[in-house]
Write a protein that binds this ligand. Structure first.
Ligand SMILES: [Zn+2]
Length: 325
C-alpha cells in the first residue's frame, strides 16, 4: 500500500488536473501516506468536514456546507481512477465509503488497495451514476466588469426598475444603432462605385467581420437571454479576473430579474470540473455542461429549473461503465 501510494503521488505531483475532486483525492493520498510512514496499519478515515478543512479556500468547515461543497463520491471514484490510468501495476488504490445514516453520523471515507481487473473487485465498485447536480454561485458572487457595477450593485437587476428600464432600453437602442451603422456602411460602399481592388475588398471583409463579432459577442447574448433564460456572459460583462460565467434572467414573484451567475458541477467519469459551454458543434442544445478534462467526450445536459443534468456524450466504453480501467 505504501509503495503504491508513493507511486501514485509521484505520478500526479508535477501536474494535478483542476477540480475539487482531484484536490480531495490528493489530500487523502497525502494524509494516508503520512499515517503509513509512522508505522500504523489502520486506515485513516476522513469525513466531509476534513475535506473542507484541507481543500476549501476558507479551510473552515463552520462557514461551508460540506455536504454541498464535497463532490458526489462518483466524482471522487472517477478522479482516483483517472489518476491511476497510466500506472500499469497489478494493484490499484480504491476509495471506500461508509454511509453515515441518521443525525450526526457522517459518511466516512478511506483508501485501500485491491487487485486490478478481478471480477470481485469490479463488483465492489458502485454502479456508474451519470446524473449530475449543478451548483450555482450566490447573488453578487460573480463580479461584473467595472462599467456594469452600477447595474449589478446589489448582485442582480430588477428589469422593470428605473435603472433596469434605462439599461435594457439603452442596450436595445445601441444594438439597433449598430445594425443601422452596418447597413449604412455596406450601402455606402455599394453606391460609391469604387473599383473592386484587392485593397477595397480586404477593407470591406475586415469591416463585415468586425461588425459580426461585436454583434455575436456583445449584443446578441442579451437578445438571446429573453428566450433562453441562461446564456454565456457577453463580452465585457464580467470582471477580467472571473472564470467563465453566465447571464441569467429569472422570474421571482411577478418581476423578472437579471444577474451574473456561474453553474458548475463535478464530472462523474473523471472527477474534473464541469462548466457550461456552447453545445455546438457536437450537440443540439445551445448550452451544455462540458468537463474541463475532456470537453468533447464528457458532455452533460443542463436543466436550468432543476439544476440537474445527465450524460449526453458519445457512447461510453464498457470498461468505463464497469469502472475497470
Ligand atoms: Zn470528465
Amino acid at each position: 500500500m505504501l509503495d503504491q501510494l508513493e507511486h501514485l503521488k509521484k505520478s500526479f505531483e508535477p501536474c494535478l488536473p483542476r477540480g475539487r475532486a482531484y484536490d480531495i483525492v490528493a489530500y487523502m493520498v497525502d494524509a494516508t501516506l503520512k499515517q503509513l510512514t509512522t508505522g500504523s496499519s489502520a486506515p485513516i478515515t476522513f469525513n466531509k468536514d476534513n475535506f473542507v478543512a484541507a481543500c476549501h479556500e476558507s479551510h473552515d468547515p463552520g462557514q461551508v456546507d460540506a455536504s454541498k461543497w464535497v463532490p458526489k463520491s462518483q466524482a471522487l471514484h472517477g478522479a482516483l481512477q483517472r489518476l491511476q490510468v497510466n500506472l500499469g501495476t497489478g494493484e490499484r488504490v480504491v476509495l471506500h465509503e461508509q454511509v453515515g445514516g441518521g443525525r450526526g453520523n457522517t459518511n466516512q471515507y478511506w483508501l485501500a488497495l485491491e487487485e486490478k481487473n478481478t471480477e470481485q473487485a469490479s463488483g465492489q465498485q458502485p454502479p456508474l451514476d451519470l446524473d449530475i447536480h449543478y451548483r450555482q454561485t450566490a447573488k453578487g458572487e460573480v463580479k461584473p466588469f467595472f462599467w456594469l457595477r452600477w447595474v449589478f450593485r446589489e448582485g442582480e437587476l430588477r428589469n422593470r426598475s428605473p435603472k433596469g428600464i434605462f439599461f435594457l432600453s439603452s442596450l436595445f437602442l445601441l444594438s439597433v444603432a449598430w445594425i443601422l451603422l452596418f447597413a449604412v456602411g455596406v450601402l455606402g460602399a455599394y453606391v460609391s462605385n469604387e473599383p473592386l481592388t484587392l485593397g477595397n475588398l480586404t477593407r470591406l471583409a475586415v469591416c463585415v467581420l468586425s461588425f459580426y463579432f461585436v454583434w455575436r459577442l456583445v449584443y446578441h447574448p442579451w437578445w438571446q437571454l429573453i428566450d433562453h433564460r441562461v446564456v454565456l456572459a457577453p463580452g465585457g460583462a464580467a470582471a477580467i479576473s472571473e472564470n467563465p460565467c453566465q447571464l441569467e434572467m429569472y422570474r421571482h414573484g411577478t418581476e423578472k430579474w437579471t444577474r451574473l451567475v456561474r453553474f458548475t458541477a463535478d464530472c462523474p467519469l473523471c472527477g474534473g470540473g464541469i462548466e457550461l459551454a456552447r453545445g455546438k458543434p457536437d450537440q443540439r442544445q445551445s448550452l451544455v455542461g462540458r468537463c474541463q478534462e475532456s470537453p468533447h467526450s464528457h458532455v452533460f445536459s443542463f436543466d436550468r429549473a432543476l439544476q440537474i443534468g445527465t450524460y449526453i456524450g458519445p457512447p461510453l466504453p464498457m470498461v468505463l461503465k464497469r469502472r475497470d480501467l
